[in-house]
Design a protein around this ligand. Structure first.
Ligand SMILES: [Zn+2]
Length: 145
């Protein structure tokens, strides 16, 4: 069974059940933003607000077998179903164009820029021949827009 996720808020109750983590995450973020905007616009907090994105572990629900009952052609037999989901880690969100991506690379704290490896000297300095400041560069996590 593929994983499913549920998004819930105190205000709206069940917002949705999702097969796709990215969709669930988007719904969660939208709900968060909507609540934050509500607070900024109205200046009041709901102390009970509680927005949740959770992985579903088990689901137990009514299931229409589509088999007609003996006494009626329009009524069908119903049954129960239970789904169980493995507790594998949540997958990382899919990266889309425009998303911020974090990786490891060279960074010049003097110029406050990410420096491509071609512009770093053997002395780990921001290469002046490439328009750099000549300052020390660091190998660290950088963001690419
Ligand atoms: Zn620099």
């Amino acid at each position: 069974m593929d994983k499913q996720w549920v998004v819930f808020s105190h205000e709206e109750g069940l917002i949705g059940i999702f097969d796709n983590y990215d969709e669930a995450l988007k719904e969660y973020k939208d709900s968060k933003d909507a609540y934050e905007n509500y607070v900024y616009e109205n200046g009041e907090h709901d102390p009970n607000e509680d927005i949740i994105l959770a992985a579903i572990n088990k689901r137990f629900y009514s299931y229409d077998t589509k088999n007609p009952t003996e006494d009626s052609a329009t009524t069908t037999y119903w049954d129960f179903k239970e789904d169980c989901f493995s507790l594998n880690p949540i997958p990382l969100p899919t990266i889309k164009p425009g998303d911020k991506v974090y990786s490891v690379g060279w960074y010049c704290s003097i110029c406050n820029v990410n420096v491509s490896p071609q512009h770093v000297t053997y002395q780990e300095e921001h290469d002046v021949r490439a328009g750099g400041c000549g300052g020390h560069v660091e190998w660290m996590e950088v963001s690419h827009d």
